[in-house]
Structures are given as structure tokens and as C-alpha cells.
Design a protein around this ligand. Structure first.
Ligand code: SF4
Length: 509
């Protein structure tokens, strides 16, 4: 396989991670126009739009979670797939080295990060032969937050707020609505769903993910599925989940449905939920040279259309400026819905750090401190041990994973603010009230936007957990986030979940 194949795949990986395809941009533009300006959803979408522009301009990762690279490759009969797979793995490792992909491949038994996105099952590469004499490579990068929101239903079954879902297209419709409602903001809404009706548990999920390779504006060739897709898109936004689950008019930007035959005894509906950072692209290659002959999903000759009509955080004048370390009085004065611009020291901490803090004292003084649920992409400025670090992508990760630990961490170590996305549960809410702390929801996926609020990386602890899991000591300046859980027992997440459950119930027939 010629060197050009490696270069072409590397180009594809970098472009996919950094430049959102035109159909997704167009759908997000429509979402922005639908939200009323000044609302939290509208502010979130404005940050997302700027983030999309920043990522394309600087060729930086759109979201710090660059996801599970999944390649769908079609090859002419007789092409050497073994060699192609080697080159694809090499391109993934090279893109990781260049900071375009975050090291995301973790040994499931030891927790060790391979550091280069290679390992058993990573990346995912599917080959298929076709009768054409060219190679097609498609790639989707789907992050963990939205992957965790995938759902599989086995019909018939009872669904919360919707009643019985039968083995019928009406039952499928209920499953899809339920999946979108259940995701709330945790999958970084507004998202898109790929759905498979039928198959077995494994092929159903694979086919659901494959639906995400369709463009958002295509029409399903099966008129029954086309009608179902249109009906979902016509009604799903009445749920009111909104961007990031803040409540709002747009909860979903696309619904693509496929069907596989099933066993008579099974009827699965598999839903692959993708976030707004819906990164998928493709290339067609000359089978002899490996060079790109054309791009899929984008026209390389067309200039990138910018998304944002303003730069910086869209201020209303009601923002609360805070500087860490924070006092109990400052935190208790905050209420759900307040927008804060936070400055000072913040420490990143996600799964490994929270688990560690259950049995060990923190490596830094967390009194009055801010913990940021974030697994950043970090680059070393030089090769020396003493060289500095630079954060190149740093949006929030899904907070609910820390629910088993967060209350203890807050109470034991005096943490005053936790930044993340998607909200947390009852145990954390009780701890916020008891200890005087607050949960701040940042805009999921806005990795480039937030990286620019980090003025310096002042140190790192627990680097042995790998770059995304280490505790980075950051100085932030005017970091915007919304109070979605306060110290008075209020939670915007509970409110939106409840009101959207009410809307969901209206779809029960
Ligand atoms: S936008 Fe949100 S869900 Fe999507 S990859 Fe980024 S953090 Fe995960």
C-alpha cells in the first residue's frame, strides 16, 4: 500500500476531528435561529458556534473527547486489507501524537492508557469489498458522553411516561422519543440519533451507528421509515430538553432509521445517540496510489462557512464574576440559572482522580477550590522534563459518572464549586446544600472555546493516570458556566427532566 494511503487517512482523521461537516453546521445554524436570544440554550449554542469556528480555524479538536475512531472501509476485490489496517492504525497514532486525537484507548483491566489510541478493539475498522476499483474510507468520531446515552429496547416493554411499546412502528417511535428524553443534556444535546429496528443485540447497535453515516438532509429510501423519521423530527423538539438540557426549542437535529431482519422471538430497537459534535467525514481514494480523489460530506473546494455571528461569551450584563478560592457566602448567594464568569485556580478531576480521592488525601489543598470535570488535550511545549504544558482542548466531561464519589469529595476536602456537564444526582445535590457548594454546567464539547479561557497550566498531579485523567492545575479567566445545581436544593436538571417528562407523556397513545 503506497505512502499516500497513510497520508490520506491521516488527513481524514485530522479533518474529521477539527472540521464539522456542512450538513451538521447547517442543522446547528437552524437550531441557533430557533432559540430565543438571551436564554441559556441560546447562550450555549452561541458558544458552540464559536467553538466550531475556532476548531476549524486553528485545526484543533472540536471536542476534547475525540471519541472512538470507527472506520468503514470499502475496497476493490483483491486489495490488501491487512496492510490497510496497519496504515490506518499508524495514521491514528500519528494524529494522536500531533494532538488532533486525545489518547482515548484504556486497558479495561488495568486502567492504563495506551497513549496512542491503539489497543485491542481500538480503533474500530470494518472492511467490506465492493465491485468498484476505488477505495472509500469513512470515519466517525463519537465521544463517550453520547455513547453512554445509547439505548437498546426489547419490545414489547413498558416505557416510563409512554406506556406500552408494542412490536410496531408506533412502538419504535416511542423508544426513540424515550431515548432522546432520557439523554437530557448528558449527551451534549442537541444531538442526532441513528436507529436500527431489529437485528440481534450486536448487529442492532452496529447498524444504528452506521445510520449516523447518512447526511442529516437525506431522505430514507424506505417510505415507511422516511415517514417515521419525519414524524420524530416533527414532534421531538416539543420535549423541551434544549441545548445541554437547559430547556429550549431544539433537542435533536437528526433521526436516521434502518432495519434488519430479526429472530421471531426478538424485537430490538437500538439507538445510537450522537452529540452536536457530530464528527464524520469520508474520502474516496485512488486504489493504485492511495491519494484522495474526492471528499465525502464536504466539498474541499468550498471555503468553510463560519457559524458564529459574534465572538466571546454573549453577555447579558447579569453575569456574576467570581474568583477562586471561593467562600461559602459567595457560593450560597448563587441560584439556579445564574451565569458565572469564573477566574482563578481550577483543578481538573474525573474518574480516576475521584476514585483516588476516596482513599487518599488530595495532592493539593482543595478548600474553597474548584474541581473541573475535564479530560483535556494537553501538549508539552518542549521535550525537556521542565518544559511547560499547553492545553489545546478542554471542554467539560459528563459529571454523572462521579456521582458515587462527588458528595464525599465536596464534604471531606471543602470543595466549593464543581464544573461539568449534564448535571449530577440526589446525593451530590444534598452535599451541595449541606457543605455550601455549587454545580456549574459548562457547555459540553466547547473544547476550543474553553481552552482559550485557560491562561496557564501551573502544574499537574497524578499524571500516572494518563493525560485525560490527571489532575491539571489550571488558571482560568472569565470561564462562563451556568449554575444548574445550587446550595439551596434546586436543580435545573430535575426541573427540565420533570417538565420534559410531562411533554413526553403527551406522546403516549
Ligand atoms: S460534545 Fe459532549 S458528548 Fe460529544 S464528544 Fe464532546 S463531551 Fe462527549
Amino acid at each position: 500500500m503506497p505512502q499516500a494511503f497513510f497520508e490520506s487517512v491521516l488527513d481524514l482523521v485530522i479533518r474529521t476531528s477539527t472540521d464539522l461537516p456542512p450538513d451538521v453546521r447547517a442543522a446547528m445554524k437552524v437550531a441557533m435561529q430557533l432559540e430565543q436570544s438571551g436564554t441559556q440554550s441560546s447562550q450555549a449554542l452561541s458558544i458552540i458556534a464559536q467553538n466550531i469556528d475556532l476548531a476549524a480555524d486553528c485545526e484543533g479538536a472540536i471536542c476534547q473527547d475525540t471519541g472512538m475512531p470507527t472506520f468503514e472501509v470499502k475496497t476493490p476485490v483483491g486489495a490488501n486489507q491487512i496492510e490497510m489496517k496497519k496504515q490506518i492504525r499508524g495514521a491514528v497514532a500519528e494524529a494522536t501524537k500531533r494532538g488532533k486525537l486525545r489518547p482515548n484507548s484504556v486497558d479495561s483491566l488495568t486502567g492504563e492508557n495506551s497513549g496512542n489510541n491503539l489497543g485491542p478493539g481500538t480503533p474500530i475498522v470494518h472492511f467490506e469489498q465492493w465491485e468498484r476499483d476505488e477505495i472509500e474510507v469513512k470515519l466517525i468520531l463519537k465521544g463517550g458522553g453520547c455513547e453512554n446515552m445509547n439505548a437498546q429496547y426489547s419490545l414489547p416493554m413498558e416505557l416510563a411516561h409512554l406506556g406500552r411499546a408494542d412490536r410496531s412502528l408506533e412502538g419504535v417511535r416511542k423508544c426513540i422519543l424515550h431515548a432522546v428524553w432520557h439523554a437530557q443534556g448528558k449527551g451534549c444535546a442537541p444531538g442526532a440519533v441513528g436507529v436500527c429496528i431489529g437485528g440481534d443485540r450486536t448487529s442492532g447497535y452496529v447498524n444504528a451507528k452506521e445510520q449516523l453515516f447518512r447526511t442529516l438532509d437525506d431522505v430514507n429510501p424506505d417510505p415507511r421509515l422516511a415517514e417515521l423519521e419525519a414524524s420524530i423530527m416533527g414532534e421531538v423538539n416539543k420535549l423541551g430538553v434544549g441545548a445541554m438540557g437547559f430547556g429550549g426549542k431544539v433537542s435533536l437535529i437528526g433521526c436516521k432509521i434502518g432495519a434488519l431482519n430479526r429472530l421471531p422471538a426478538s424485537f430490538f430497537v437500538s439507538v445510537a445517540y450522537d452529540c452536536w459534535a457530530y464528527r464524520r467525514l469520508g474520502v474516496v481514494l485512488d486504489a493504485n496510489t492511495g491519494a484522495i480523489t474526492r471528499w465525502l460530506y464536504r466539498d474541499a473546494a468550498q471555503p468553510v462557512v463560519h457559524m458564529a455571528d459574534q465572538s466571546g461569551f454573549p453577555r447579558t450584563g447579569r453575569e456574576v464574576a467570581l474568583r477562586a478560592p471561593l467562600t461559602e457566602e459567595q457560593v450560597r448567594s448563587l441560584k439556579v440559572g445564574d451565569v458565572v464568569l469564573l477566574s482563578g485556580r481550577a483543578y481538573t478531576g474525573r474518574d480516576a482522580v475521584h476514585h483516588h480521592l476516596m482513599k487518599h488525601d488530595p495532592p493539593v489543598d482543595l478548600r474553597g477550590g474548584v474541581i473541573y470535570h475535564c479530560g483535556p488535550v494537553v501538549a508539552k511545549d518542549g521535550a525537556n522534563e521542565g518544559s511547560g504544558w499547553r492545553v489545546t482542548a478542554a471542554g467539560p466531561t459528563t459529571s454523572i459518572r462521579e456521582e458515587p464519589y462527588q458528595a464525599d469529595v465536596i464534604k471531606r476536602y471543602g470543595v466549593r464549586a464543581v464544573i461539568g456537564k449534564g448535571g449530577m444526582g440526589a446525593k451530590t445535590l444534598a452535599a451541595l446544600r449541606e457543605a455550601g457548594a455549587v454545580y456549574l454546567n459548562a457547555i459540553g464539547g466547547a473544547a476550543q472555546f474553553y481552552a482559550r479561557t485557560i491562561t496557564s497550566v501551573d502544574g499537574v498531579s497524578l499524571l500516572e493516570f494518563g493525560t485525560p485523567e490527571a489532575m491539571w492545575h489550571l488558571t482560568i479567566e472569565n470561564f462562563p458556566a451556568i449554575v444548574t445545581m445550587d446550595s439551596h436544593g434546586n436543580s435545573l436538571h430535575n426541573d427540565v427532566e420533570e417538565s420534559s417528562a410531562h411533554e413526553l407523556a403527551a406522546f403516549a397513545k
